[in-house]
Design a protein around this ligand. Sequence first.
Ligand code: 1HE
Length: 256
Amino acid sequence: MTSLLRVDTDGPIAHVRLERPAKRNAINDELVEALGEAFAAFGDPVRAVVLSGAGEHFCAGLDLSELQERDVAEAILHSRAWHAAFDRIQFGRVPVIAVLHGAVVGGGLELAVAAHIRVAERSAFYGLPEGTRGIFVGGGGSSRIPRLIGTARMADMMLTGRVHDAEEGQRIGLSQYLVDDGAGLATAFQLAGRIAANAPLSNFAILQALPRIADMAPGDGLFVEALMSAVASGDPAAKSRIRDFLAGKAAKVQKS
Ligand code: 1HE
C-alpha cells in the first residue's frame, strides 16, 4: 500500500485522491501502479468514483526525476504500464468523474482524459509540455486526447507549448462541467450520486460499448448497438424502470 494515493469509500461512491501535493501530484512508478490496482479492485458495492488531486494542482504529469536513461524496450514497457493502469480507469467497472484544478499537464492530462466525466474548476489549466521537454506522450494521450479536442489542437499544444485555461478547456471539450474554485468536489459527488442510481447494465454499456462503437465503421457500430440495446432492455432493471415511468412513478425529463 502506498501513501501516494488515498481511497475512501462511502456506500456506492468512492473517492480516489492523488496524495503527493509537495510534488504537485507528479506520477512516479509507485503511483501509477497504485492507480491501476485501485481501479482494478472496484466493483460492487462501488458504482461511481470521484478522482481528484490534493493541494493546489490536479497533477503535474510524469515524475521527471524518475526519467532515467532507459533503453528502448524499457521505455516501451514504462509507457505500457501507464496504458494498463489508465485502461483500468477507462474500461473498468465504474464510471469515473475527475475533478480538475490548477495544473492538468502532461501525464496529468492523460490521466484526466481516461476518466468518463471531467469537472473543471476555474483555476484549471491544460498543457502538454512533452514537446518542450524533448519527449512524447506515453500515457495514452495521443489516442484519447484527439478524440476529445481533435488532432490539430493536440499538435498545437505539443508543438508550441500552448496552455489552455479552464474556459478554453471547456469550450474545446476537455471538460464537460466548469465550476467555481472549490466547487468541483461537490459537483462531482452530486453527479456520482446520479450515476450510481442508474441501472448497472446501462452504465456497463456506456463504459464498455459506447467508446468501442464510436471507433467502429458505422455499419458494424450499428449492429453492435442493436445487440447492446437488446441486452440492456431485456434486463429486469430496465423493465421495472419503464413500468414505473408508465405508471407515473418515475421522474420526467426536465430542463436543468
Ligand atoms: C515535479 C514535477 C514533475 C513539479 N516531476 N517533480 N510535467 C511537466 O513538465 C510539469 C512540470 N511542473 C511544472 O511546470 C510546475 O511544477 C507546476 C506548474 C505543475 C506547478 O508549479 P508550482 O510553482 O506550484 O510548483 P513547483 O515549485 O514548480 O514544484 C514544486 C515541487 O514539485 C518541486 O520540487 P522541490 O523538491 O523543488 O520542492 C518540483 O520540482 C516538483 N515537481 N512537477 C517531478 N512533473 C507517460 S508520459 C507523460 C509525460 C509527461 O507528463 S511530460 C510533462 C511533465
